[in-house]
Design a protein around this ligand. Structure first.
Ligand code: CA
Length: 229
């Protein structure tokens, strides 16, 4: 028997935390709760979780700061941010900082469960991955989440890996921005095109021989992006 999927809930509002814990435990997940940002970050770093539900407004250290700290230190566990409707700008910032998805409070347990399943499935797909991509002195190992250029380690974010994986999986095809959003973030996510451009440019800066003349993530004006030949 495989071990249960482990979810960390970082949420200071006790009623919400308990509700999430009950709901997710009923789905068969193994759930741990942390009640503030510092405790949550510590638990997330200790590892062993398959998914983190991270509230935005937390005592001691807010969710965005926790998300940033985790990603900067190489923790790649998928993160779903829990936000309030008024925090629209923070959602975008959260996704830019490496969160995988967000759910707006108040959410139904059904919606939450669907998002959790989708993010876990995407993580499993990404883990199965397109293997290893090589181009010139660039080697991207999608299984190990390791990237090297001329032997030097390059740190890509989980979103950058998924963006590149989407292109590598569809060689010879131009993917529209909305297709890229579906493939790299998941269907049903409302993202502005600008967020995609930002991630594409960050990715190019890390992997392109000359980011001003991209030959790997190639833009097709008015359509989208394709993998360079
Ligand atoms: Ca809160």
């Amino acid at each position: 028997m495989s071990s249960p999927t482990r979810i960390l809930v970082v949420e200071d509002e006790r009623a919400i935390a308990v509700g999430l814990q009950d709901d997710l435990a009923a789905e068969g997940y193994d759930v741990a709760v942390a009640a503030d940002g510092i405790e949550g970050e510590r638990a997330a770093r200790a590892g062993g979780f398959d998914l983190i539900l991270l509230d935005l407004m937390l005592p001691n250290k807010d969710g965005l700061a926790v998300c940033r700290a985790l990603r900067e230190s190489g923790v790649r566990t998928p993160i779903i941010m829990l936000t309030a409707r008024a925090q629209e700008a923070d959602k975008i910032l959260g996704l830019e900082l490496g969160a995988d998805d967000y759910v707006t409070k108040p959410f139904s347990s059904r919606e939450l469960r669907a998002r959790v399943r989708a993010v876990l499935r995407r993580a499993a797909d990404a883990a199965a991955g397109p293997g290893v991509f090589e181009r010139g002195d660039l080697v991207v190992d999608f299984n190990r989440y390791e990237t090297r250029r001329a032997g030097q380690s390059v740190a890509l974010t989980p979103t950058e890996y998924r963006l590149l994986a989407a292109l590598v999986r569809h060689p010879g095809r131009v993917l529209s921005v909305s297709e890229l959003i579906d493939l790299a973030w998941g269907t049903g996510i409302a993202l502005t095109d600008r967020v995609v451009y930002t991630h594409v440019n960050n990715l190019r800066a890390k992997i392109e021989p000359d980011p001003s003349e991209p030959v790997i993530v190639v833009g097709v004006r008015g359509v989208g992006y394709k993998l360079g030949e």
